[in-house]
Design a protein around this ligand. Structure first.
Ligand code: NAI
Ligand code: 13P
Length: 333
């Protein structure tokens, strides 16, 4: 039987552990708090992140990283992106030899502007062939309700992506493979920033033309960045690009979208942070995505606008006026 370790028992870690269990894996689910692990094992429910959802018997929760990592064919990493480096440094000595490390995270590291797979290869000292990324339109609550969805598993070694595809394929979860790791990761990280922008527009009372414009021009700036970084532009019209962007920008379940909506309605950053119980990656990653754009000489006006609202306190109405009064451009350049 395939054994999977999932490091991170938040909403996506728990929902994905269900997917793996439904696909026939034996799963250990690691989280920081021993009392929560105990409660999950006793009640088969993660009350903090997926209340009301019964977890399959093949999932065992633990707060002991060595126990979680033991003998795992796949080690899934699903903690907030900015905490990965520190966490993985502690876990690395415990990882099973030859385990494949699978990132479910959608962020870019602040300061280094590194993608999560880059942080993983560096910190765990493993070759890129042993690191995969799983991404796509996968709102945790909908997956936990076993609603049909597709995803992408990306790895530079396609056979590794295929192994993970097999390990997590269920009647309701349909993973495709891809070898464009850079494009898949950028799609996931930048869509959170665009999700914030669309949420802000929503909160300001703007309509569907405005939101469709942000989504489309957001995809344009994601693709520009991807091209500069060697990604395949077709990735961005797939599940990791357009697919995830549509899910995030249209759903009130998206934490990034909701965060933006609260800001657009006039809440302060501190009030919005206080109202957000879970991880909204775009809040921090908008700065690292902008950093990445600058390092590659790529103009990212929507990302820049989001940073100015979220981190510089620019009123959304002022930021919107500035965005709309940029010089005239050709659509494709
Ligand atoms: N929730 C969703 O629908 C999806 C989330 N993702 C991505 O998955 C990643 C994790 O997100 P969620 O599970 O949704 O977040 P969450 O906020 O629901 O859970 C975060 C988990 O990380 C833990 N955590 C927080 N700080 C930590 C630290 N310093 N060290 C160790 N553990 C820590 C929390 O206790 C919790 O278990 C993010 O990168 C997100 O973008 C990707 C696809 C879908
Ligand atoms: O990545 C997601 C859906 O694919 C979840 O989006 P949020 O992190 O904005 O909730």
């Amino acid at each position: 039987m395939t054994k999977a370790a999932v490091f991170g028992n938040g909403s996506w870690g728990t929902a994905f552990a269900m997917v793996l269990a439904d696909a026939g894996c034996e799963v250990s689910l690691w989280g920081r708090r021993a009392e929560l692990a105990k409660e999950i094992n006793a009640t088969r429910v993660n009350p903090d992140y997926l209340p009301g959802v019964e977890l399959p018997a093949a999932i065992t929760a633990t707060a002991d990283p060595a126990e979680a990592a033991h003998d795992a064919d796949f080690t899934v990493l699903v903690v907030p992106s900015q905490t990965l480096r520190g966490n993985l440094a502690a876990w690395a000595p415990m990882l099973a030899p030859d385990t494949v490390l699978v990132s479910l995270m959608k962020g870019v590291e602040l300061g280094t502007a590194k993608r999560m797979s880059e942080v993983i290869t560096e910190v765990a000292d493993v070759p890129a062939e042993r690191v995969a990324v799983l991404t796509g339109p996968n709102l945790a609550k909908e997956i936990a309700a076993r609603q049909p969805a597709a995803a992408v598993v990306a790895c530079v070694d396609e056979t590794v992506a295929q192994r993970i595809q097999t390990a997590c394929m269920t009647p309701y979860f349909r993973p495709y493979t891809n070898t464009d790791v850079v494009g898949c990761e950028l799609g996931g990280a930048v869509k959170n920033v665009i999700g914030l922008a669309v949420g802000i527009a929503n909160g300001m009372g703007l309509g569907d033309n405005s939101k469709a414009t942000l989504i489309t021009r957001g995809l344009a700036e994601t693709t520009r960045l991807g091209l500069a970084m060697g990604a395949d532009p077709l990735t961005f019209s797939g599940l990791a690009g357009l697919g995830d962007l549509v899910a995030t920008c249209s759903s009130p379940l998206s934490r990034n979208n909701t965060f933006g909506t609260n800001l657009g309605r006039g809440m302060t950053l501190q009030e919005t942070i206080a109202a957000t119980k879970q991880t909204a990656e775009g809040v921090k990653s908008c700065e690292s995505v902008l950093d990445l754009g600058r390092r590659h000489g790529v103009d990212m006006p929507i990302t820049e606008t989001v940073v100015s609202i979220v981190h510089d306190g620019k009123p959304p109405i002022v930021a919107l006026k500035e965005l709309m009064s940029r010089s005239a451009k050709a659509e494709r350049r």
